[in-house]
Write a protein that binds this ligand. Structure first.
Ligand code: GUN
Length: 302
């Protein structure tokens, strides 16, 4: 059997086209130009590429994308001051602090990412990293959904790959992907309806014993652990759906957390790396920014 390759690039392009139309309608009806401000501290090459891609994607759909660039030596107080200024700026609907933040050698000069993220107004927290937004997701009444997990659900829905009643195994317990996707797929009312929620979810991680026996139980396997090609073909149940969130640089190649060629021979559907979940993450950021602009016009503060 040869798996279907789930085309995240094409799916994201279709979603972005729809968001662009939505932005136009919103502004024609008198809405303010949705505005996303990204804060980029230091000169990490990967972060620069991510922020540039986000900025370009904003422009393509009519969102005002702004970037605040700060030197690597920026201190905690200065960064917090910028976040507070953006919180108070009514023109700015979404704020994103690109991670990772640089880590100074001197402990006294080190930025505490948690404190910076916590300072973002939850109503502008388009990454959905704040405790308020995480709490709302855990209570199945989300305001913002984090971009990568939301992208995963939308890709599954685009291909009609239902999760309700099925066994999902998530590998990786990060705040950005693993924990929120586990909560979202176990919830009753998913972002794409109950067919794409209501799963029986196992959250495994690097300390789980006998990972292959856990992953073989999965109807839908989501790998977000950050270990190049950890998941081999014989870890996958024949006919399973495999979602690979990993982006690992190995020499001059980008590889996922799944050994792609082996997965293709066993699974019924697989996401490639690159061109799988990555493009959807940015599309969801645009969606969250538009939602933030609409909510702010309605006077909602969370
Ligand atoms: N760095 C890697 N992924 C992300 C993300 O989703 N949001 C932010 N702000 N930084 C990241």
């Amino acid at each position: 059997m040869q798996a279907t390759i789930l085309d995240g690039k094409a799916t994201a392009a279709a979603i972005r086209e729809r968001i662009g139309q939505d932005v136009t309608r919103w502004m024609q009806s008198g809405g303010a130009v949705p505005c996303l401000t990204a804060i980029l501290v230091g000169d990490d090459p990967a972060s620069q590429v991510y922020v540039r891609n986000k900025h370009r994607a904003c422009q393509q759909v009519g969102i005002d994308g702004r970037v605040e660039r700060l030197p690597a030596e920026t201190g905690q107080a200065e960064l917090l001051e910028l976040v507070r200024r953006l919180n108070a700026d009514p023109e700015v609907h979404g704020i994103l602090v690109q991670l990772p933040l640089p880590q100074a050698d001197d402990p006294a000069a080190r930025i505490d990412p948690r404190e910076v993220l916590d300072a973002i107004d939850p109503a502008k927290d388009v990454d959905a990293f704040s405790p308020v937004n995480v709490g709302l997701i855990s209570q199945d009444r989300p305001r913002f959904l984090p971009c990568t997990p939301q992208g995963i659900v939308r890709l599954l829905a685009h291909y009609g790959l239902r999760t309700a009643g099925r066994r999902v195994v998530v590998i990786g317990r990060s705040d950005i992907v693993g924990k929120p996707i586990a909560m979202m797929l176990a919830s009753k009312d998913g972002v794409c309806g109950p067919d794409y929620a209501n799963a029986t979810v196992t959250l495994a991680h690097s300390r789980s014993s006998d990972l292959p026996s856990i992953t073989r139980e999965a109807d839908i396997l989501i790998a977000a652990v950050g270990r190049p090609e950890l998941i081999r073909g014989d870890w996958i149940r024949p006919g399973a759906v495999v979602i690979d969130v990993g982006i690992n640089r190995v020499g001059d190649r980008l590889v996922g957390d799944v050994a792609f060629d082996e997965a293709v021979a066993v699974a019924s559907a697989v996401t490639p790396v690159p061109g799988g979940i990555g493009p959807l993450t940015i599309a969801m950021l645009l969606q969250n920014t538009l939602d933030a602009a609409k909510r702010s016009a309605g006077g909602q503060t969370v």
